[in-house]
Design a binder for this molecule. Structure first.
Ligand SMILES: [Zn+2]
Length: 266
């Protein structure tokens, strides 16, 4: 009686349906509860770590140092998530963040993000997706909701084919054969949150522009994966530039307050 369970879960989810407001003040439809989605994020992260080889200790420490500095300046409500970051051994220049605060960066991304501040731009952007609940909005579309419910309702969970599709919906695209890019609106929102966050943590916000320069320099026939799943390059540069004045002011303030992160690049 699978459908009865699905129906019951659907009713539960719809009861919990809420219209929330993102950190930049945008109204959002979020059908899943945070607890459900964070649990899905945690499971997906576990599976991802089983499927992909980890990078060495020095690279883990480097990414952790940057993530710690960024998480430290989040509002308290967000700071208390189970934030984790891992570096994975893969040439594909990619990074992701899952509901609940589970993040990954590939070694290929460390090659493109050439300084701690540039990597802070990547991680800040990913944190932006998490704290703005973008995965919830995306999973709240009709097909993804069906998918999420069937995965939640099945014993196989993340292991089955539905699990792989759900991994895609959560943002773990290429590895599982499904690319579901965030919308343009989500991307620029994550950029805005990310650049503010990096500045508050004492990372130079101008590095976000430099990062995108590096990305496009790497472009050509095979653009970095993170860029190809993050559309509209020119518009994003404009968006970042529009944010730069206030970001620089936040950066100066952070430096004066003694927030001067020093994460040596391995
Ligand atoms: Zn993104």
């Amino acid at each position: 009686m699978r459908w009865i369970r699905t129906l019951a879960v659907t009713a539960l989810v719809l009861t919990l349906a809420a219209c929330e407001t993102s950190p930049t003040g945008r109204q959002q439809l979020t059908l899943m509860s945070d607890a459900q989605l964070n649990e899905m994020g945690r499971e997906a992260f576990e599976k991802y770590q089983q499927d992909l080889p980890s990078a060495g200790q020095a690279q883990q420490r480097y990414a952790q140092c940057i993530a710690d500095a960024l998480v430290a300046v989040l509002p308290e409500r967000e700071r208390n998530k189970d934030w984790q970051i891992r570096v994975f051994e893969s040439e594909q220049a990619n990074a992701f963040a899952l509901p609940g605060g589970y993040m990954g960066v590939n070694t290929g991304m460390l090659d493109i993000a050439k300084t701690q501040d540039q990597l802070a731009a990547v991680v800040g952007h990913e944190i932006g997706h998490v704290i703005a609940n973008h995965a919830n909005e995306r999973v709240s579309t009709h097909t993804s909701t069906q998918l999420a419910l069937s995965v939640l309702g099945s014993a196989a969970g993340m292991q089955g084919q539905g699990g792989q599709q759900l991994m895609g919906a959560l943002g773990l695209g290429a590895q599982y054969g499904i690319l579901l890019p965030f919308s343009r609106r989500h991307e620029s929102e994550a950029d805005t949150i990310g650049v503010r966050l990096m500045a508050d943590a004492g990372f130079d916000p101008r590095a976000s522009l430099a990062l995108w320069e590096n990305m496009s320099a790497q472009g050509g026939a095979r653009p970095p994966e993170w860029m190809s799943t993050h559309p509209s390059h020119g518009q994003r540069m404009q968006g970042l530039q529009a944010e730069m004045g206030s970001a620089m002011a936040r950066y100066e303030q952070a430096r004066q307050a003694g927030r001067t992160p020093n994460c040596p690049r391995p």
